[in-house]
Ligand binder design. Structure first.
Ligand code: ZN
Length: 198
């Protein structure tokens, strides 16, 4: 049921387009914003205003920051470490940073190859990656362990053929704290293949 006021309806419709929110959650979020106008709605509106002006996409790696080149690309210790991690999305970059990836650089592809969805090599920042790769000793393809992710990894490996960088991928296997009995066969087979000496 519509709330009536077009200002409120538009807010609900916009919020409902965010990942993880449907119309129902969006309606609840808007109600909460209105009830806590001074504590939530006013500061949120101000924060959105500031973000609209401040946010920049890094011209080198594709990260989101308030400067371009981003603070990661501008850090000479990271550049000198010679390790470039290729990720699908900025969310993956942030996850690796939260995990304490250390002195590394990143390259955000902006997605994966997906012929069914009409995503080809020109839709991703693969040419820019090929241009950057010679500056690094190792390129880690940290794409998701999905069919599209692995297809993209193979394509990039072919394109990087001839660059001197060593090309690696993340290990597939038993998650930290994982119980073998609960793992799917694919993960268990990969973990056995990728076993390491203790
Ligand atoms: Zn950057």
């Amino acid at each position: 049921m519509a709330s009536g006021a077009p200002e409120i309806e538009q807010l609900i419709q916009l919020l409902a387009r965010l990942p993880g929110l449907g119309p129902r959650s969006a309606r609840r979020a808007v109600l909460q914003l209105i009830k806590k106008k001074d504590a939530l709605m006013v500061p949120l509106a101000a924060a959105l205003d500031r973000a609209v002006v401040a946010v920049k996409i890094c011209e080198i790696c594709g990260n989101i920051d308030t400067r371009s080149p981003c603070s990661i690309c501008a850090d000479p210790r990271r550049r000198d470490a010679g390790l470039l991690i290729v990720v699908e999305d900025v969310a993956d970059l942030w996850a690796l940073e939260r995990a304490g990836a250390g002195q590394v650089s990143y390259h955000v592809l902006g997605g994966v190859l997906s012929p069914l969805d009409g995503v080809g090599p020109d839709d991703l920042s693969i040419d820019a990656l090929v241009a950057r790769a010679p500056e690094f000793a190792e390129v880690v393809l940290a794409v998701n362990a999905t069919v599209e992710g692995q297809t993209t990894a193979h394509y990039i490996t072919d394109r990087l053929d001839g660059s001197n960088a060593k090309i690696t991928r993340l290990a597939h296997g038993v998650p930290v704290g994982g119980e073998l009995d609960y793992l799917d066969e694919g993960t268990l087979t990969q973990a056995l293949k990728a076993r390491t000496a203790i």
